[in-house]
Write a protein that binds this ligand. Structure first.
Ligand code: NA7
Length: 529
């Protein structure tokens, strides 16, 4: 190996990249992280919109690789805000002295595999090149923003913002007329805070979304201490749950209990708040009739929260609870009781154009000073396919994935040796608590490199038949659920022209077991040499 050759290039300095770097360094490997942002933090660096907050509890949405870290870090709220998570990640970068191996403000443009040397040639957008034995994509699942190409967008004379690429300077909405387009998690978090400042807020809703109250609150010292006394117990409990965090999931069917028992369960979960609502019943996302009971319950709550019946009607989601990611809010539905908030149903009257001064729908023109796009991401594949990644025979990953992503375990793709993806499509990723999923992948990849080094091996790649079987399995699992029944970003359905393929793998515990079995079987399903 030449002196110039790194063991690994890691792309991205969010939760995944930081953890991967720490793991590889710990094993004596050399690695460099390239990060497009001017700071570390990934998702939490870019998504700075008002109200940005994690929908998994702080005590679980955090690293567990170092008990001292999880003992010493004090979370202030049940659900951490973006600034707090960013502080945490900066603390991690400093605490483990990670910054000296991170190059900021640098985007990886291409990674080309050289079959003769088993090396990757990685080129960055400033024209620099490095050589590495391995490439690890820690590029995140929700990092490539989606801004719809609405006619006239370029003619707008006011400010245009995207929740996923928010300015670092404070944005003042006071006295401004604001349009928010999109009512997914980001819109639902931002809308109440923007409404509190703006002179008028127009919310452009294409699809009403299910949302449950987060019931966020300051984290009491005693509560935090109780977890820290036996942190491992919480981590274990979370790891045994379908989504990899403690949803207090039951084995009970919603259809096996009486109406009163079912209601009591939903009421209790509503009062408790957040995504554990999905754990109410085992068949919530499996059986349409079971799911309909939860949908009816949430619609009834919306009816009770929104004073104007016509607005309440428009805010009522029609589909399957959890099919699109369930939102977790603070005062979202109540915000529509404010006199300065107007809901515009663009399913009824679609947006036709953005003009110099506002947004025009099929029935009216709304004059605004600022447009906020809360229109989501080219999820799971966008950040991977926009890099020119070429494996064996010069084949581009984006060409291989033209009909949808194909991976083995969401970690690796056949034809791309020594190339790993953290929380890639085909792994639990966005259907799980991201931080434990990231750590599981970083641990797996680090152990794999260690194993190869011990055996003097220079190449590992997914076997095509193992990949085919895994892709089939991921689809089979998804097809047994209600997930494929709606136009979610899990399916790529939010991006015009993107192939409709269910990307994440449902079931964190079974997935971890499979990864462990693959290792125990001598990296079964991989070709090594
Ligand atoms: P999401 O969940 O993809 O939400 C995007 C929203 O934007 C959603 O309401 C979309 O409506 C709407 N949208 C998308 N494209 C358009 C166009 N062309 N016109 C009008 N409205 C549009 O993104 P978020 O950022 O809120 O959340 C992403 C994840 O981040 C979230 O699930 C958490 O995991 C964290 P649609 O439903 O497609 O009709």
């Amino acid at each position: 190996m030449s002196d110039r050759t790194l063991d690994a290039v890691i792309v991205g300095a969010g939760f995944a990249g930081l953890c991967m770097l720490h793991r590889l360094r710990g094993l004596g490997f050399t690695a460099r992280v390239f990060e497009a942002g001017s700071g570390v933090g990934g998702t939490w660096f870019w998504n700075r919109y008002p109200g940005a907050r994690c929908d998994v509890e702080s005590l679980e949405y955090s690293y567990q690789f170092d008990d001292a870290l999880q003992q010493e870090w004090e979370w202030t709220e049940r659900y951490a805000s973006q600034p707090e998570i960013l502080r945490y990640l900066n603390h991690v970068a400093d605490r483990y002295d990670l910054r000296r191996d991170i190059t900021l403000r640098t985007r990886v443009a291409s990674a080309i595999f050289d079959e003769t040397s088993d090396r990757w040639q990685v080129r960055t957008d400033d024209g620099a090149e490095v050589e590495a034995r391995f490439v690890v994509m820690a590029t995140g699942c929700l990092s490539s923003t989606n801004t719809p190409s609405i006619p006239g967008r370029e003619t707008f004379t006011g400010a245009m913002l995207h929740t996923g690429n928010w300015p670092h300077e404070p944005v003042a909405f006071a006295g401004k007329r604001v349009a928010v387009i999109g009512t997914g998690s980001s819109g639902i978090q931002a809308i109440p805070l923007i409404a509190a400042q703006a002179s008028h807020l127009y919310v452009f809703q294409r699809t009403a979304n299910f949302s449950v109250p987060a019931q966020n609150r300051p984290l009491a010292a005693a509560e935090q201490l109780a977890v820290k006394r036996d942190y491992a117990a919480l981590r274990t409990r979370g790891g045994q749950m379908p989504f990899g965090f403690d949803t207090r999931s039951t084995e009970v069917s919603a259809l096996q209990v009486s109406d009163a028992e079912r209601r009591a369960e939903y009421e209790a979960r509503w009062a408790e708040g957040g995504l554990p609502f999905l754990g109410s019943f085992a068949d919530m996302i499996l059986d349409a009739r079971a799911n309909a009971t939860a949908a009816d319950f949430i619609r009834e709550k919306i009816r009770g929260l929104v004073r104007d019946p016509a607005t309440a009607e428009k805010l009522m989601p029609r589909g399957v609870v959890g099919c699109k990611r369930l939102c977790s809010d603070t005062d979202y539905f109540e915000t529509f009781n404010r006199a300065n908030v107007t809901l515009v149903d663009i399913a009824e009257t679609p947006i036709q154009a953005i003009t110099a001064t506002g947004v025009r729908t099929a029935s009216a023109e709304y004059a605004v000073d600022c447009i906020v796009f809360a229109t989501g991401f080219d999820a799971m594949t966008g950040a991977l396919t926009r890099v020119d990644i070429r494996g064996k025979g010069g084949r581009a990953l984006r060409d291989k994935w033209a009909e949808g992503p194909r991976t083995y375990l969401g970690l690796s793709s056949a034809g791309f040796p020594n190339f790993f993806i953290i929380t890639g499509p085909g792994s639990p990723s966005v259907l799980s608590n991201m931080v434990p999923s990231i750590e599981q992948h970083a641990n797996w990849i680090a152990a794999c490199l260690d194993w190869m080094r011990a055996r003097g091996l220079s190449r590992i790649e997914a076997a095509p038949d193992a990949e085919d079987a895994w892709v089939a399995h991921v689809n089979e699992v998804a097809d047994a659920t209600l997930y494929p029944s709606c136009n979610s970003w899990y399916l790529g359905a939010n991006i015009p022209g993107k192939p409709r393929v269910f990307m994440p793998y449902l079931g964190f515990p079974a997935y971890v077991q499979k990864c462990d079995e693959v290792v125990a079987g001598g990296y079964e399903g991989f070709v090594v040499g």
